[in-house]
Design a protein around this ligand. Structure first.
Ligand SMILES: Cc1ncc(COP(=O)(O)O)c(C=O)c1O
Length: 355
């Protein structure tokens, strides 16, 4: 069962992101006990154990522990897309909007996007964009990237049928599939579909330990052994080889042991928060659309004239932190450092701040 030591009513209720969690005492103790070695020499037993465990969980041949999800995504997309070719993704995908153009800046990857209000795969749009062999004048498509759950889409879960259909469509034309599974655990918790079933719809994928699972650092890139071995070389080439990283891997192991099973609590808290806010401001969010731990509020849809930044500032002054996604959009993310009472408190504070 999860520990709740981090919940402290004197601290703000921080709903900006699920990355803000701090390691629990149990996690810190596991880090202190970790057996370590030099991971660049592949001699860190805790890193090896974590990589094997995540590969097993996802049903892939291998996995590579990386410092961030952005790095795991960068290495994953690089493995599928040669310089000058393109990756297709949804317009608000993390790889398109929140990785500072790394895929283009570092590896010469170009991209085109489709738009979906909740960030979902749009098969008709993909079919239209897909250009696996675009000849000497146009950019060829080498991969499609999907985000599950979709962060800026409001934590939405990609329907398994669409992922399978995407896999079929791309495989037929030799195009790869990259999965940004930073919150794949949340998709699984929401649907009961095993992580490995989602993973089977992709060639390479990233999963995070430092978001809903509460580890201080770390993601993994998972996929075929040869691609992961190559990514290990590129990780070092980019200066991100690390030495006694087992202390961090131990936090990840602990997160998988103790925090994976409690993810549904975050979903219930998010849904309750959405219910409360939809009562106060009809139209601000559709609670039925809150599938996981992310709630996106659309102030304009609720006829609220106050800007998102002003509402966030009012909430901050009352001890509740939220993210501003746009002039009229706020994001609230539940996680293991905010309990049910904290979310109720946030609901009260936001109800007032929205008026
Ligand atoms: C969907 C998604 N992918 C990737 C990342 C990148 O993770 P990191 O912050 O570890 O680079 C994030 C971060 O929040 C994310 O939400």
């Amino acid at each position: 069962m999860a520990e709740v030591e981090n919940t402290d009513r004197d601290r703000p209720v921080d709903l900006r992101s699920d990355t803000v969690t701090t390691p629990t005492p149990g996690m810190r103790a596991a880090m202190a006990r970790a057996e370590v070695g030099d991971d660049v020499y592949a001699e860190d037993p805790t890193c090896r154990a974590l990589e094997e465990r995540v590969a097993d969980l996802l049903g892939t041949e291998a996995a590579l522990f990386t410092v961030t999800g952005s790095l795991a995504n960068l290495l994953g997309v690089r493995a599928l897309v040669r310089p000058g070719a393109e990756v297709l993704c949804e317009a608000r995908a993390h790889i398109a909007r929140a990785e500072l153009g790394a895929h283009a800046a570092v590896f010469g990857v170009t991209s085109r996007t489709w738009s979906h209000p909740r960030g979902l795969v749009d098969l008709a749009a993909v079919r239209e964009l897909l250009a696996p062999d675009a000849g000497p004048y146009f950019v060829s498509t080498a991969a499609v990237s999907v985000e599950n759950t979709h962060n800026f889409g409001g934590g939405s879960v990609q329907p398994l049928d669409s992922l399978r259909a995407l896999r079929e469509l791309t495989a037929a034309s030799g195009v790869g599939v990259h999965l940004d599974g930073a919150r794949l655990w949340h998709a699984s918790a929401a649907t009961g579909v095993a992580p490995g079933t989602y993973a089977a719809c992709a060639d390479l994928m990233s999963v995070a330990l430092s978001k809903g699972l509460g580890a201080p650092v770390g993601s993994l890139l998972a996929g075929p052994a040869a691609a992961v071995a190559d990514a290990r070389v590129w990780r070092k080439r980019l200066g991100a080889g690390w030495r006694q990283a087992g202390v961090l891997a131990a936090a990840g192991m602990y997160a998988l042991d103790h925090h994976l099973d409690r993810v549904p609590e975050d979903h219930a808290n998010a849904r309750a928060l959405a219910d409360r806010l939809a009562d106060v401001a009809p139209g601000i969010v559709d609670p039925a659309g809150v599938q996981t731990n992310i709630v996106v509020l659309d102030l304009a849809a609720a006829g609220i004239r106050t800007g998102a930044a002003e509402v966030a500032e009012r909430a901050r002054a009352a001890g509740v932190l939220v993210s501003v996604l746009g002039p009229a959009a706020l994001r609230l993310v539940t996680h293991l450092d905010v309990d049910e009472a904290g979310c109720r408190h946030a609901g009260e504070v936001l109800s007032t701040a929205l008026k």
